[in-house]
Design a protein around this ligand. Structure first.
Ligand code: ATP
Ligand code: MG
Length: 575
């Protein structure tokens, strides 16, 4: 490829709407252009990167025995109505009508489609296990499409689905995918961690997210400083903290004027914060939920969703009217005396161990002190509902956990029989008994992975592609258009590299070297070869490695093509 011919329109200015670096760099380096919010054209350089990621994914999927197929993007509403998700999926689903006013969706995911496909054709235990996958566009009308390709409304996903006879079979299929995902992201040259995850709206339990470590990531993860435990903060379990024994005192109501926050209450009453609880009130599809955690802890909404069995999308902050109707008031909420037919009260298990604590008295300006939760609280659920914090004990070994931010690039789920039961995907087992298939589903965000690679690998000058997914491997830069000898030599080297199977670009524009170097760094070619009168006079090629700025000199009378290939191979190993 010649830069003079290449459709990669670079920009000098950073477009104002681009908040994160991958979005900025992909616009500036001419990788993507926006068509509508969260919907982009992939220009040739981006498309090459996407194809490389897809090929790595494809090779690792095929190696597990999974078979590639392609299902429709346009999906009839019936299958979603049958599974019960037509309404549950909500506004995230793009819906459309055909000319006969029959409703369809643009597939946000394919559990319904694949399950109704497989149920027609797979009847016997002899046909199981089976695993299929596809790579295609997915459509989700995200509430906040943003960060370029990280959260798009049209994006490329690899989705795989496994069908087994039983849970033991699912465990094997799941592990194969888990291992394949680890290989995929390693081969993409990314620093990532598989973390335990909540299985979310998709259902089932047993899930891991593959998270690329990056400060700009939307996901927070924790990992143990000692053992290999790692989890999404939403999922991270916490054991209840024990509290020292204390003589239980009689409960008292005290005035706490203008004390609206738990810190203000503790300050006013001269109480340590670990003798207080704080409240968060939500409205949900099952009505008002009052949540109580220790004063210095935070509520984990996903744990509330799972504990109370409410819809995640339905959760919102409760209104003052709702609180009044349930006999309480904002700033002074407490679990003492709440009518459990009017509100669901969820108390964190750590709180139930505490003694002589203070909590709101459900009356403006008053708190209770010397409350004993076991004695005085009205409770619907006691559960682990708090958000893990840095330094909290690891649920496996007790060592302190560390927090990090990351980008979820893939997720594996055990679905069990959620979809096979709803959609009647059954098989006849060895005894001729009809059983639901046991399913798993496995997604990789291909376009998000490209963006995540940039979030993790860039500097102030531009992108630093891991060599395995770079759009091209080598850029040859002739330095001086007036010096025919070195220009011809650059052309010759370009041809030699191409002939040797190296993906090479030559910057044949009549531009100053500075301009060429700037664009080279911005686009992020892993290796840059400079050919000019000076380097020729010295009898060598100047080879610069983008990743670490290292410069190597390869003698012109050596097998420099092999030398460059060696450098590329080393970069791939150390990716
Ligand atoms: P998120 O929590 O980030 O919304 P998700 O859990 O809804 O993602 P899955 O249904 O597990 O996503 O989809 C599989 C993969 O598809 C994700 O791991 C992610 O890499 C990718 N993906 C999901 N939503 C988007 C999006 N809006 N834009 C780009 N990639 C996405
Ligand atoms: Mg997910």
């Amino acid at each position: 490829m010649r830069v003079s011919q290449m459709y990669a329109p670079t920009l000098r200015e950073v477009p104002a709407e681009a908040e994160v670096i991958s979005h900025q760099l992909m616009l500036r380096a001419g990788f993507i252009r926006k068509a509508a919010g969260g919907i982009y054209s992939y220009l040739p350089l981006a498309w090459r990167v996407l194809k490389k990621i897809e090929n790595i994914v494809r090779e690792e999927m095929d190696a597990t025995g999974a078979q590639e197929l392609l299902m429709p993007i346009v999906q009839p509403a019936e299958i979603w109505q049958e599974s019960g998700r037509w309404d549950v999926y909500g506004q995230e689903m793009f819906k459309l009508m055909d000319r006969h006013e029959r409703p369809f969706s643009l597939g946000p995911t394919h559990e319904e489609m694949v399950t109704t496909l497989i149920r027609q054709d797979v009847r016997s235990y002899r046909q199981l296990p089976l695993c299929v996958y596809q790579i295609q566009n997915k459509y989700r009308d995200e509430k906040r499409p943003r960060f370029g390709l990280l959260r798009g409304r049209e994006f490329i996903m690899k989705d795989a689905y496994s069908f087994d006879k039983n849970v033991e079979g699912l465990d094997v299929s799941y592990q194969k995918m888990y291992d394949a995902y680890s290989k995929v992201f390693t081969r993409c040259g990314l620093n990532f961690r598989p973390v335990e995850a909540d299985s979310g709206a998709i259902g089932g339990s047993g899930s891991h997210e593959f998270t690329v470590i990056a400060g700009s990531g939307e996901n927070e993860i924790v990992f143990c400083s000692k053992c290999d435990y790692a989890a999404n903060v939403e999922k991270a379990e916490l054991k209840p903290i024990a509290a020292a024994d204390e003589e239980v005192k009689p409960m008292e109501k005290v005035v706490t004027p203008e004390c609206k926050t738990i810190a203000a209450v503790c300050e006013y009453l001269k109480l340590p914060i670990d003798h207080s609880v704080k409240a968060v009130a939500y409205n949900s599809n099952k009505g008002l939920i009052l949540c109580f955690v220790r004063g210095d802890h935070e509520v984990n909404e996903i744990k509330i969703v799972n504990t109370c069995g409410v819809l995640e999308d339905s959760l919102e902050m409760a209104s003052e009217e709702q609180l009044t109707a349930a006999g309480t008031v904002g700033g002074y909420m407490g679990p003492v005396g709440i009518d459990l037919t009017k509100a669901t009260v969820v108390v964190d298990s750590t709180v139930m161990n505490m003694h002589n604590i203070c909590c709101g008295a459900n009356e403006e300006g008053y708190h209770f002190v010397n409350v004993d939760p076991k004695r005085d609280f009205n409770v619907t659920y006691v559960a682990d509902i708090r958000m893990i914090q840095e330094g909290d004990p690891c649920p496996h070994c007790g060592a302190p956990v560390v927090k990090a931010r990351g980008i979820e690039v893939g997720q594996v789920f055990k679905l069990f029989t959620k979809y096979s039961e709803a959609l009647h995907a059954t098989f006849l087992d060895e005894e001729g008994k009809e059983c639901p298939m046991v399913m798993g589903c496995y997604g990789i965000g291909v376009s998000r992975t490209m963006a995540a690679a940039i979030e993790q690998n860039h500097d102030e000058n531009g992108i630093i592609w891991p060599v395995t997914i770079a759009p091209y491997e080598v850029l040859v830069v002739p330095m001086n258009a007036k010096d025919k000898e070195s220009w011809d030599k650059a052309e010759a080297i370009y041809e030699e590299l191409k002939a040797a199977g190296v993906e090479t670009v030559i910057d044949d524009r009549n531009e100053r070297p500075g301009v060429k170097f700037k664009d080279a760094d911005l686009i992020g070619y892993p290796v840059r070869v400079v050919v000019g009168p000076k380097t020729l006079a010295n009898g060598q090629l100047e080879v610069k490695i983008r990743k670490n700025g290292e410069i190597k000199y390869l003698p012109l009378d050596s097998d420099y093509v092999a030398g460059i290939k060696n450098i590329l191979a080393e970069l791939a190993v150390n990716a």
